[in-house]
Design a protein around this ligand. Structure first.
Ligand code: FAD
Length: 469
């Protein structure tokens, strides 16, 4: 009887333990993707990007004489229907660790087992299963550096090859057509422009990893902090949908390190930041929805999204160049440089004293590399309510940060039209993407800061002092 191979955030064929096990069994394999209760509620850009990835996987499977069966609805119902349609007796998938996926998968596993189905989950979305990494006293890690030290010399196994053949069933069940799903329907902004910034699918992800290792990893440490320079891998977009595995990235980085590229160690460390996000989400699931440090529950953050300052932040017109450039970069390209993410998050939560959830939700709607665990960790880290070794009262100064990391204003010019006489094409493209209701024009005066750097810092520190932190 066939095995249903349920794909989720593992949209690749290589280094895929669940798929490899299914193919090795010699039984027919029916690859399935379900637009279900978790994927249906993704943010606009993430859902659009997921659609591109599903279409690419579908093509890759076709090239192997297999198929990707697409179905829509509650995952358990769909799986049961497919089991009835095909006579499958097993369902395989790769484990996920964010609270929503975990809740769904736990229910499904027990329900299928009760039906007498062999339901099996496999590793692959992270390097280190969250329960296998523990402190000396047996607890989980709440601080990054000790976790990094404990895993940095791990002998990570080699990635698995792409299965040579994927055994097919004698009859295929029916499938939806991805075009009918309208995965980009919630996007208010130009799909073609956003798509032009996407690097989709397993093949493209592997090319991206290889070119990063060949050309950029040597200078990663210095260049990764300069937003105008293409100094990082860009792989977050692919890792989040599993178009590349963290193990493939780790092994490529490890090989570069041992061939003499010392900066590759910093890349490995960044991959472990991703692991840390998953580790925390597994052990403290509240990180995705509530203050990780509970003493922040009493802090009077603004939660009103209608506030003019919040709108200005979302629209990239706070009058603070680093913030506005980064917000516009995200709106046009679906990604934002890591330094930008830290600056805009700090500005929203500290200078503007707004709740980190406002930012978390806007990022979830705009990012093509949205990751439930990294996004939550990044926001709580920035707000001060999350796991961080640096004290919450260190407030980034977005003006001096620009002087430090964008001295010649190459990044600011790339994304801002108003302050500069001849706007760049990228800065202009922002105005083609935004809704007319925002009433922004490239020839307007650049706004004065909604909250100036020094003023906001003082306001934040006063608010912390008033709460007795
Ligand atoms: P590289 O520098 O090439 O790093 C390699 C990989 O390491 C990345 O692809 C990513 O998987 C991982 N990584 C690097 N930095 C971090 C980090 N700080 N936390 C977790 N993993 C990291 N990352 C996401 O993937 N999705 C998100 O939704 C997301 N939201 C964020 C929100 C905020 C407020 C902040 C401060 C950070 C967020 N990050 C998020 C982390 C980080 O900004 C991105 O992973 C990084 O910019 C991706 O670019 P890259 O792939 O070129 O990274």
């Amino acid at each position: 009887p066939p095995i249903l191979m349920w794909f989720r955030r593992d949209l690749r064929l290589a280094d895929h333990a669940a798929l490899a096990a299914a193919c090795d069994s010699g039984r027919p394999v029916i690859p399935v993707f379900i637009l279900d209760e978790v994927t249906e509620t993704l943010g606009a850009a993430a859902k659009f990007r997921l659609g591109l990835s599903v279409a690419d996987l579908s093509k890759a499977l076709k090239a192997k004489d297999s198929r990707l069966i697409l179905r829509r609805g509650s995952a358990l119902k769909v799986l049961r229907k497919l089991i009835a349609d095909t006579g499958a007796t097993s369902v395989y998938w790769s484990r996920l660790y964010d609270p929503a996926s975990k809740a769904r998968d736990t229910d499904i596993k027990s329900a299928l087992k009760a039906d007498g189905i062999d339901a099996q989950s496999f590793a692959g979305h992270v390097l280190f299963e969250p329960w296998t990494v523990a402190t000396k006293t047996g607890g989980f890690y709440k601080v990054f550096t000790p976790m990094w030290k404990s895993v940095r010399n791990t002998d990570v196994a080699n990635p698995l090859p792409t299965p040579k053949t994927i055994p097919t069933p004698s009859e295929w069940p029916s499938s939806d057509d991805i075009d009918d799903w309208q995965m980009g329907a919630a996007m208010q902004r130009g799909r073609a422009t956003l798509a032009s910034y996407c690097t989709v699918g397993e093949g493209a992800a592997m090319d991206r990893l290889n070119s990063f290792i060949a050309d950029r990893v040597q200078n990663y440490q210095k260049n990764r902090d300069i937003p105008a320079v293409k100094g990082t891998s860009g792989l977050s977009e692919n890792l989040t949908y599993g178009e590349v595995s963290p193990r493939q990235c780790w092994q490529a980085g490890w090989a570069a390190l041992h061939e003499g590229a010392a900066d590759a160690e910093v890349f490995l460390k960044e991959l472990v930041w991703r692991e840390f996000a998953y580790h925390l989400a597994h052990h403290t699931p509240r990180i995705v929805s509530d203050n990780w440090k509970e003493d922040w529950d009493a802090f009077p953050w603004n939660t009103d999204e209608r506030l003019a300052e919040v709108k200005a932040w979302k629209q990239g017109r706070t009058g603070i160049q680093f913030v506005d450039a980064a917000m516009r970069e995200m709106y046009v390209t679906g990604v934002m440089h890591n330094r930008g993410r830290m600056i805009v998050a700090s500005y929203l939560t500290k200078h503007l004293l707004c709740h980190w959830k406002i930012g978390l939700d806007w990022f979830a709607d705009c990012l093509i590399d949205w990751d439930p665990c990294s996004n939550a960790m990044g926001w709580q880290w920035s707000a001060g309510s999350g796991p961080d070794a640096t004290p919450y009262f260190r407030v980034f100064n977005p003006v001096t940060q620009l002087d430090k990391f964008d001295k010649d204003r190459a990044y600011a010019r790339k994304w801002l039209a108003e302050p500069y006489k001849k706007p760049s094409d990228t800065a202009s493209s922002y105005f083609d993407m935004i809704p007319a209701s925002w009433q922004m024009r490239p020839d307007q005066d650049y706004p004065a800061p909604v909250v100036a750097a020094d003023e906001g810092r003082k306001r934040a520190l006063d608010a912390y002092a008033a709460r007795g932190f």
